[in-house]
Design a protein around this ligand. Structure first.
Ligand SMILES: [Zn+2]
Length: 76
C-alpha cells in the first residue's frame, strides 16, 4: 500500500492510531484507524492479502478550522 491520505498526506501504510481491530468471519482483519488529521479509516485485510483502505472519513472539525483559518477564534 503506497497511497497517501488525501487530507494531510500521511502515508496510509504508516498507521497513526488504531481505534479498533477485529477478525472477520473469514479470518480477515478489519480495523478502524485514525489519521494524523483526525479522519477515520476503515481498513480491511483479507487473510493472506494486503490491507486496503475501504472507506475514509473527513478530518476532524478542529483540523478543518485550522485549515480555513479563523483568526477571530481563540487558539486552542
Ligand atoms: Zn490524514
Amino acid at each position: 500500500m503506497n497511497s497517501l491520505c488525501p487530507h494531510c498526506g500521511w502515508p496510509d501504510a504508516e498507521v497513526y492510531q488504531v481505534v479498533s481491530r477485529r477478525l472477520t468471519r473469514d479470518s480477515g482483519l478489519m480495523s478502524w484507524t485514525r489519521c494524523a488529521c483526525g479522519s477515520l479509516q476503515m481498513r480491511q485485510q483479507p487473510r493472506g492479502k494486503e490491507t486496503a483502505v475501504v472507506t475514509r472519513g473527513r478530518p476532524t472539525a478542529d483540523m478543518a478550522t485550522l485549515r480555513h483559518g479563523h483568526p477571530e477564534l481563540p487558539s486552542v
